[in-house]
Design a protein around this ligand. Structure first.
Ligand SMILES: CC/C=C\C/C=C\C/C=C\CCC/C=C/C(=O)SCCNC(=O)CCNC(=O)[C@H](O)C(C)(C)COP(=O)(O)OP(=O)(O)OC[C@H]1O[C@@H](n2cnc3c(N)ncnc32)[C@H](O)[C@@H]1OP(=O)(O)O
Length: 300
């Protein structure tokens, strides 16, 4: 609610200004310029910029080392998404990463390992809200994936309307079972809506991480190109989508996605409870501890 109120007070992007907003101890810096009609919003975790000529916003994640989605990053994502959504001149959004070889490593596992219950609940609610916002966005959303995109990273990519991925040795998929955890129903639903029931069933049980070619084959991503071309290809694809009548396109999108979102809307509190109970089980904590250890040992 506080976030909504704050966003309501933000002035339109097309005004000259430099605004510094402090939110939850974080600083958002905005630079605006009437002549170029563009505004950047930068936090520790991301940058949102709007090209006012094309109406295309770019949301670039840059939380080091791997764009792990912790509470603060998710909060920033929610603010940025809401801001783009509320900006009338914004028609499309390219979601990408400023970190080399990583789109997002998914949820920050440290949020789930030995958690404080209050923060754990807030973390999960913020993730739910981010997903509902992105999956239900009125904007054309395209993920430009120039790196690994496991679990929560894959969820974000699947929540966009179209996915461009870099060729190379990058992996994308819902690998939760490899961590000893279970992808919640709305992660699963999003994958079913993207690649179908049978393929999702196989992928979820195995915790399968797809290489780029295989991801293209099953429809998990829509287009492959060189790493350096990913954002350009996403922007080019965007212009095709933006030629379609916006109202007709938005209604079609909503007709396809709203029922999936509504499932979480009506079960949001129960889902938080289920998540908290599940994650705080001894066996799950142990499995997460082993997984974190294995990530650290991999580095040597
Ligand atoms: C019956 C049940 C019913 C209902 C269930 C109810 C609820 C469900 C419960 C839970 C659901 C949770 C859903 C979870 C979703 C997730 O997203 S979990 C996260 C999954 N992510 C991963 O598995 C990725 C792990 N990371 C990697 O594989 C690699 O890091 C990489 C391929 C992304 C990148 O490789 P490199 O470039 O080689 O980088 P490093 O591996 O060296 O990593 C650098 C640094 O970052 C740390 N790190 C990496 N990923 C994470 C992460 N996700 N969280 C936290 N930290 C991470 C890594 O440990 C290194 O740290 P340091 O060694 O530098 O300290």
């Amino acid at each position: 609610m506080a976030v909504r109120t704050l966003l309501g007070l933000l002035r339109p992007w097309q005004q000259f200004r430099t605004t510094i907003i402090t939110l939850r101890g974080k600083t958002l810096v905005e630079h605006g310029c009437a002549r170029s009609m563009s505004t950047d919003t930068t936090t520790d975790n991301l940058t949102l910029s709007l090209d006012s000529k094309t109406g295309i916003a770019t949301l670039e994640m840059h939380r080091k080392p791997v764009n792990g989605l912790n509470l603060e990053m998710l909060t920033d994502l929610n603010i940025a998404l809401e801001k783009a959504e509320n900006e009338k001149s914004c028609k499309g959004l390219v979601l990408t990463s400023g970190l080399p070889k990583i789109f997002s490593a998914g949820l920050d596992i440290l949020e789930m390992y030995q958690p404080k219950p209050e923060r754990l609940a807030e973390f999960w609610r913020t993730l739910q809200n981010m997903w509902m916002r992105l999956y239900g966005s009125r904007l054309v959303t395209i993920a430009a994936i120039a790196g690994h995109s496991p679990a929560g990273g894959c969820l974000m990519a699947m929540s966009c309307d179209y996915r461009v991925m870099a060729t190379g040795k990058y992996a994308i998929g819902l690998n939760e079972t490899l961590l000893g955890i279970v992808a919640p129903f709305w992660f699963r639903d999003t994958m079913v809506n993207t690649i179908g029931h049978r393929e999702t069933e196989r992928a979820l049980q195995l915790g399968h991480l797809y290489g780029a070619d295989e991801a293209l084959k099953v429809g998990l991503v829509d287009h492959l190109c060189d790493q350096e071309e990913v954002v350009k290809a996403a922007t080019e694809e965007m212009s095709r989508w933006l030629k379609v009548n916006a109202v007709a396109r938005q209604l079609s999108k909503s007709a396809m996605r709203q029922a999936t979102i509504d499932k979480l809307v009506v079960r949001q509190e129960q889902d938080i409870e289920d998540f908290m109970t599940f994650v705080q089980r001894d066996a799950v904590q142990k499995a997460l501890g082993f997984y974190l250890q294995s990530l650290r040992e991999k580095r040597g």
